[in-house]
Design a protein. Structure first.
Lengths: 426, 426
């Protein structure tokens, strides 16, 4: 298939973009992409590719931007229930303790997720996965973390793998047993930390290796929420160190509300990414600037909480860091499936240009989940994951907000139509 | 047609909601709506209506919220071109004067809109109208204002009326010749003010009365941008007073960047609404609290501009004012078609509960365009304009953001399907 006549083709070629290089789009006017067997076979200008492949089936992208499928490198995709009532309480001025007293907070999602049947969990999660895909996300990282006991965490992980097998959205799983201290260990966080290390991580590893369908597939990431009222720096280090010994690649939630040193810990341990990064210090920023640990900013979280402080993205870029953005899609602070909205918010809250935000949502996001060899840019040999937008200029991403500008999503060469502005008379 | 089994039916009955009464939803669990001849014939609980109308064709709304179609009471829907390049400059740190020097700003949209053929203008505007409708807006106020000369303003007005005639989105037009000082009068704003009063307003009135298709229809609103670098208080008063003499209903843009006294002027002249209201003083707020002039907050504009100051909505409510919200959809500061995003943003930036934001986007928005007798609530005798959401709890509006929660839009009894999460394999 030859996708041709794109007003602008953004290749994002050349690998992850560090520091001030962020925003290098590799823009080709009147661009074309040759897709064969689910992969990209060639990239170039339309006249050249049309001449070289005259008999190829064609897909006309006139008046459109074509770009890599968006990669969402930080989500809590799998949960049951919702916390709409808690949101209403918060907007009416309730304090955190009021919400906890009313049975709210993360543990309410843990209760609902533990109680949900695998079928119910799959159905609720599938609806979000489809919404993400319809908004142009072709690869998503998704964390467990609403089980907080070996068996429930396993149920969440298997739900993610089942959804990935269904497609078309590709799911890269992360084990986040260390999302919060399990309610059974409320007074003994160290006991829960030890349980993660002694039982949960080895159990995930053993299960993974026991599954023929997962043979050859990279191990899931292991992540930890390094924060007051969650896991302190020492506990975070214990969990990540154990995970690393077992061969898991690492991620860390750091500096969302307080700076405990999680970012520098992530860099020290070679984590693929450190995520949130709001209360990040100058020393942490300098550490990021020298590392391959991607700084994943989650602007929907302060937005969702009506807070005013965001990731110091420009300082991270000035230090030479590799910046990515993600939805953080979760039921407590940011139920948003759209990376397009993240791009629009990142322009305003992180002071990125549209080009920078697009690179942060594609090639750099792919690097944050260590899949930049397969997705995040349009280059021969990579997966044919791309979007055809309903607009002729890439800068309309960011400039416009609140709706869906995707016309078609192509995943591994399969074309799916999306209709952001269309209604059908029933 | 009987729409039945809604998890929650929100009637919003009882008229515009003043001050602390905002947020009265009229919620009926397991609700049903009987639709006949494009109007609402009855409202009630499902068992009652099913028993009373056993042979009526049925539409199952199980698991859904049913609520009035959203009303967007402030938009600049009709324009040609875009200002994506200007957005990129702004995000890269360019100042207002740089943008003007690069040919940007409102006058660039005026140039494009004047130059556009009526067909091109209609096509570009229709795409936005469809996107609004797909996101649940069933009635929209839309302003001229990118012509700034008699003939071009007339072209914009006729485009709006042509789109309204096409349907399904219902368009309530506003004449905003006083959007900016026309470039031909750059050094003579008073001359342009006089032209509006002596030529443009009488011309619109004469044209309107010459059209048989418009017989019996309310006159368009006349609006003025009362702001530094636009029209000062005296000029604003001159224009609105003339419009009032001619019989036009009034609106005013006030206090977006500076407080010139526009809000109190609007109240004094009995304007249907005063809009923007960021730099609004305590005296203005008190005046709103005693009046029928609706305070229309446009939170997408500070959001779009990455500013931090929003309408003092809670103070307006405490003073007893009638608060509505709108998109302000326009190419310079806020290209967003979704009132669902406005609701989500209003919860966070204006500190409204979901229930308050919904009332501000339905019955109060209808009052801001003086159509609360026909739309904005579900009551027998009113238009059958309603939404069926893909969620069972109204609080998911506001709580969730970035995507489209509408499953179906019903306009004057006709059902249109929308698919926020669906993609089709092509």
């Amino acid at each position: 298939m030859l996708i041709h006549s794109a007003s602008q083709l953004l290749t994002l070629q050349g690998g992850p973009q560090r520091g001030p290089d962020l925003g290098t789009l590799g823009l080709i006017e009147n661009g074309a992409v040759l897709v064969r067997d689910g992969e990209i076979a060639a990239i170039g200008q339309t006249p050249t590719l049309l001449a070289a492949h005259p008999d190829e089936p064609r897909l006309d992208a006139s008046g459109s931007v074509v770009l890599p499928g968006l990669v969402d490198p930080h989500t809590h995709l799998v949960w049951a229930g919702d916390r709409a009532a808690e949101f209403e309480m918060k907007m009416a001025g309730a304090h955190y303790l009021d919400i906890l007293a009313a049975g709210g907070g993360i543990l309410s999602t843990v209760r609902a997720s533990r109680a949900a049947s695998p079928e119910a969990l799959l159905e609720q999660t599938r609806a979000r996965a489809r919404r993400m895909f319809a908004h142009g996300t072709t690869t998503v990282e998704a964390k467990t973390g609403y089980g907080l006991e070996t068996e429930s965490e396993q149920k969440l992980l298997q739900t993610l793998l089942a959804l990935d097998a269904e497609g078309p959205l590709e799911i890269v799983p992360t084990f986040l047993g260390a999302h919060a201290v399990a309610p059974e260990y409320r007074t003994d966080p160290q006991g829960y930390t030890d349980l993660i290390c002694s039982e949960m991580l080895p159990s995930v590893l053993a299960w993974w290796h026991s599954q023929p369908a997962l043979a050859g597939r990279p191990l899931p990431f292991v992540d930890v929420f390094c924060e007051n009222q969650a896991f302190d720096l020492k506990q975070s280090k214990q969990i990540l160190t154990k995970a690393k010994e077992l061969g898991f690649p690492l991620k860390i939630h750091a500096d969302e509300f307080d700076n405990l040193g999680g970012t520098s810990l992530g860099v020290e341990l070679g984590a693929a990414s450190a995520d949130h990064l709001v209360k990040t210090s100058a020393a942490d920023i300098a550490a990021l600037g020298r590392s391959e640990t991607v700084a994943v900013s989650l602007p929907c979280t302060p937005f969702g909480l009506a807070e005013r402080e965001y990731t110091p993205a420009r300082a991270i870029l000035e230090a030479g860091g590799i910046l990515a953005v993600a939805t953080d899609c979760n039921p407590g602070t940011a139920w948003n499936e759209s990376m397009q909205f993240v791009i629009a918010l990142a322009c305003r809250a992180l002071k990125l240009t549209p080009a920078q935000a697009i690179a942060a949502a594609t090639i750099n996001a792919a690097h944050a989940i260590r899949r930049a060899d397969r997705v995040g840019s349009l280059e021969p040999g990579k997966q044919a994951d791309l979007l055809i937008l309903d607009v002729p200029d890439y800068r309309q991403l960011g400039y416009r907000f609140g709706t869906n500008l995707v016309r078609s999503v192509v995943k591994r060469g399969r074309v799916f139509a999306v209709n952001g502005e269309t209604v059908q008379s029933a």
